[in-house]
Design a protein around this ligand. Sequence first.
Ligand SMILES: Cc1ncc(COP(=O)(O)O)c(C=O)c1O
Length: 373
Amino acid sequence: MSSLDRLTQHAEARVAQLHETGRHRTLKPTHRMAGARASRAGRDLVSFCDNDYLSLACDERLIDAACEAARRYGVGAGASRLITGNCPLNGILESRLAEIKATESCLVFGSGYLANVGAIPALVGRRDTILMDELSHSCMHAGARLSGAEIRIFEHNNVRHAETLMQDAPGQVLLMTETVFSMDGDVAPLDELAALCERHEAWLMTDDAHGFGMLDQANPALVQMGTLSKSAGAYGGYVCAPAPVIEMLTSRARSLVYTTGLPAPVLAAALAALDIMKAEPERAVQARSNAALFCDLMALPAPESLVVPVIIGDEDRAMAISAALEQEGFLVTAIRPPTVPEGTSRLRITFAAGHSEADVRRLAQALKEVVPA
Ligand SMILES: Cc1ncc(COP(=O)(O)O)c(C=O)c1O
């Protein structure tokens, strides 16, 4: 058998397995538009499944900033930021983020995923311990595994369990959690976790991917990672931390050192988004009130964030409900294992500034019809 045949056979066997276990996924061409709208297969949809919480990704001001930056700096960074690629917009963005996060310094990465897989192994290594919440995002797990540290998983938001696991933990302890949990929408007990870390000289690191610009709560974590791809509507990741930590990451985070910097248009769009977030706080208020209205209409507990899970359980049923909602004009993707634990397939419904009250009311009505109580 040729190498090509062997490779093809291997891939086909894996794909067949994915079909058998219901885990096969496909990419669906979708045209995203302003006002939380999208078009797919000729159908106009209201999107209730993206993380563009402030509806900035298609905002003309971000688009203009990106176009202008492309004309001024070009569309590619040319190399790693340490070689030739440090576009001046990086520094401006880093200063702004450090100011917003009230930390000494900041380092921008290519994405949130890259920030975690770069920063975590730069902070701890083989002789150390990582304590992480069981619902932490996949890229925190990836970063933890890359570090070689001993990984201990504590029950979701259970500070007492984290403390128990900390007792005999070898080396330096890095405790990691999300501020807002991406699939459940609840928030972490940051003050209690920070106090626990302080008692044990551990370091608290948070992933603020879904809290940035949306949570009013101050963040006591020493290392605050986040992304510019969600509420900021653009792309890229960052780590905010004390200045010596950022200096260390600049030389040690492999996903910064060995990869090309972000394109200038993306940096400019993120900067424009930060201006809008500051100038138009009513966007966050609108998004939050949309989430609250939905929960009220559906008799769900009040939301802690803009992510509202409607747990369906069975994977096929979740997929069928998602398809039925699409027929009604709503983009609400079903989230299945392994992204969420077995038996908890769900509709992960997200709310944005671009949704009108009528959009939210129509979604609640459609959902009641396709998921009878
Ligand atoms: C909690 C969390 N962390 C990190 C990321 C990765 O961020 P990015 O999309 O910028 O790579 C995501 C993205 O889905 C996320 O939900």
